[in-house]
Design a protein around this ligand. Structure first.
Ligand code: BTN
Length: 331
């Protein structure tokens, strides 16, 4: 069911994690107690877990910090402000990547258009997977950039953005995180974030990239229900000492926009060394699954053009390109 203004007001009231009685909420929102009960039922469908206690009322099982433009803006660097053309905050959308792509199709957007959403109803992951996107608990952000160099020049863009996301998490106190080729962000071998780059245009002419980033921030176990791989969020990785959600959004913008602004000129090379430092699999045995067949290699980081370098049993280096394979750590 589509959320209404009343749902959003109710979420804003409950965001602090305090108990509110049905009557308090009904008075606040100027609706009946029966309506409040119905609204609360709908909220549970968005991944918000509610905790009701007789005599006390209802609260959010996990308090949330809602997105606020002012709070994001204060954490933006002067470089971000120069390069950002618009920042849109959405309560709910199907996918922030799809939102920017559609909007761009209607009226060409300027490079540096960014949107962040509280909730995605059809969040997209790589390889056609779903990205679980409960309301207010994680970060769902997309960036649009127009390039002249054509699609062929953008193959390493997602890897450069992986470095930028890792840097943003590092500046928020995270350590021991890294990258799994091509651009999964892991912490202690569990997924904490991911990047989906979708490009449109001509192979040698004008092209547009939409770079979507999902970072697990503070997700309830109930809301994570459909995730089919080990995951973690910033809150758990930082032992509950999680920085402000709006600040993390600001820091992602501060790291990503400068990369996009120079990528056409620099390409991937300036990011290769950092990528290899963040590589979770460097010098580790990995199984490469290609067309259903699994082979063992030792991972050797990425090449200047973003291929994964693999040492084979004969001592030779093989290189593979993004999208061809699925990579598993060999335990
Ligand atoms: C992956 O599979 O690892 C990539 C996940 C990318 C998720 C983000 S959330 C914001 C943006 N909108 C989407 O629908 N997907 C990306």
């Amino acid at each position: 069911m589509k959320l209404t203004e009343t749902h959003y007001k109710l979420i804003a009231k409950l965001a602090d994690g305090q108990f509110y009685s049905g009557q308090q909420l009904a008075d606040e929102l100027n609706v009946s107690r029966t309506s409040i009960w119905n609204y609360l039922k709908t909220l549970e469908g968005t991944g918000l877990s509610l905790h009701a206690v007789k005599g006390k009322g209802t609260r959010l099982a996990v308090p949330i910090e809602l997105l606020e433009a002012d709070k994001i803006n204060v954490s933006l660097s002067s470089r971000s402000r120069e390069v950002l053309s618009q920042l849109e905050l959405l309560t709910s959308t199907d996918s922030t990547n799809h939102y920017l792509t559609q909007k761009n199709a209607q009226q060409r957007l300027a490079s540096g258009s960014v949107c962040v959403a509280e909730n995605q109803t059809a969040g997209r992951g790589r390889l056609g997977r779903t990205w679980v996107s409960p309301y207010g608990q994680n970060i769902y952000i997309s960036f649009l950039w127009n390039f002249k160099a054509g699609l062929s020049g953008l193959s390493g863009l997602s890897l450069a953005c992986g470095v930028a996301v890792c840097n943003a998490l590092k500046s928020n106190g995270l350590t021991e995180h890294g990258l799994k080729w091509p651009n999964d962000i892991l912490w202690e071998r569990k997924k904490i974030g991911g990047i989906l780059v979708e490009v449109q245009g001509e192979s040698q002419g004008d092209s547009t990239a939409v770079i979507g980033i999902g970072v697990n921030y503070k997700m309830s176990t109930e809301a994570s229900g459909d995730i089919d791989q080990p995951w973690v969020d910033l809150n758990r990785a930082l032992n509950g000492k999680v920085p402000s959600r709006n600040k993390v959004v600001g820091d992602l913008i501060n790291e990503i926009l400068p990369v996009l602004a120079v990528y056409e000129d620099t390409g991937l090379p300036p990011y290769v060394e950092s990528w290899n430092k963040y590589d979770c699999h460097k010098n580790k045995k990995v199984n490469i699954i290609k067309a259903g067949k699994s082979s063992e290699f030792v991972a050797k980081g990425i090449s200047a053009s973003g291929e994964l370098k693999l040492l084979n049993a004969q001592g030779g280096i093989e290189k593979i390109m993004s999208g061809e394979i699925s990579l598993r750590m060999d335990d």
